[in-house]
Design a protein around this ligand. Structure first.
Ligand code: KG4
Ligand code: ZN
Length: 334
């Protein structure tokens, strides 16, 4: 059977990334240009600056990726593009590049939902088997999704307020960690002990999450300690926060696996890089006996590889778009 090469473009936030993936599971070449250093001094991503930098980077990243793969656009079967959700200005740069390439080289254009990309990062590790439970944990999403087949998503529950990654970043700011704070907080948590008492949010019967109360509890705790003249132990606060944040995710995953008799669980999104979450998911796997897939670190945070992988399965299903395709800042997973 002829091999299928998908070129994936991701520009939904502050990474400009292009990747070529063969048959949905083999990474041929990937280039990621990160803007972290540019946004660091602002304490977070500045949308206008992000989109301007995507404009500067996109052509260079595309050329470098083709060079790395030793391929030309003639070798590519289809172009997959993150059309949303994300920062609208950033998304538009990738989308216009994808449309232009598709038009000039007469290739199909495949729209990919950013979260589908995170989920399909797992297909670069092993073939997805259905039904499965996807634990989506990123800077913008915290959701439990049941998948009965490729592109058949059934949302069981999600966050009622902040996403877990967003909460990590906000708590990291309280203890003066540089953007992006999530990975730095994770490292500190492994040095500290969970000595501070924080409430486990939303201990209810739903599959939903809530992180804004936990974030406020950390902020209040920090203020109270300051007012009492006590020095905050950052490592212990990080460990205390991480324990509770992860426990709240694990509790709901356990419930979903038992209720729905789930045999396969995959983890997706930037927070899948979290060491504490990875360890607790492994423990839950041993406790309940399901198959677990967590992508390697390089596929956890935003990249074009996951978009190309997701694009391959979309292409096989004939999910192509015309040139009226537009970017959307928020959109239900589909
Ligand atoms: O998936 P992603 O790259 O972007 C979105 O689609 O949102 O996720 C980025 C989020 C950020 O909030 C970042 O702080 C968080 O993932 N993150 C982590 C870790 N690595 C990345 N959070 C906790 N622990 C980590 N090791
Ligand atoms: Zn993402």
């Amino acid at each position: 059977m002829k091999d299928t090469y998908i070129l994936g473009i991701e520009s939904s936030c502050d990474e400009t990334s292009v990747s070529i993936v063969k048959n949905g599971n083999e990474e041929i070449a990937t280039v990621i240009s990160s803007q972290i250093d540019i946004h660091k001094s602002f304490g977070g991503v500045v949308p206008e600056i992000a989109s301007r930098n995507h404009v500067k980077n996109i052509t260079l990243v595309l050329e470098e990726c083709l060079d790395k793969a030793n391929m030309t656009m003639e070798d590519i079967d289809a172009i997959a593009i993150t059309y949303g959700p994300g920062l609208i200005g950033s998304l538009l740069i990738g989308l216009e590049a994808a449309k232009t390439l598709a038009f000039i080289h007469n290739k199909p254009l495949i729209p990919v939902h950013h979260i589908a990309g995170h989920i399909y990062a797992n297909s670069l590790v092993k073939e997805l088997t259905f039904p499965l439970l996807a634990v989506v944990v990123s800077g913008g999403h915290t959701e439990l999704i049941e998948m009965t087949d490729h592109y058949k998503f059934n949302k069981l529950g999600g966050t009622l307020d902040d996403a877990v990654g967003e909460c990590y970043d906000k708590v990291a700011r309280v203890i003066n960690l540089e953007y992006p704070g999530g990975p730095k907080l994770d490292k500190l948590a492994h040095i500290g002990k969970p000595t501070y008492k924080l409430p486990v949010p939303l201990k209810d019967d739903s599959y939903n999450f809530s992180f804004s109360g936990l974030k406020s509890a950390v902020i209040n705790l920090a203020h109270n300690e300051e007012q009492r003249g006590n020095e905050l132990n950052k490592e212990n606060l990080a460990a205390s926060f991480q324990k509770v944040a992860i426990e709240s995710i694990i509790n709901k995953v356990r419930k979903a696996v038992i209720d729905k008799n789930i045999k396969t669980v995959i983890v997706a999104g930037g927070v899948a890089a979290n060491q504490g979450l990875r360890e607790e998911m492994e423990k839950l796997k041993d406790e309940l006996g399901f198959d677990l897939s967590i992508p390697p670190m390089k596929y956890c945070t935003d990249n074009g590889t996951m978009i190309a992988a997701a694009g391959y399965y979309a292409y096989k299903l004939g999910r192509t778009a015309d040139y009226y395709l537009n970017s959307v800042s928020s959109e239900k997973l589909n």
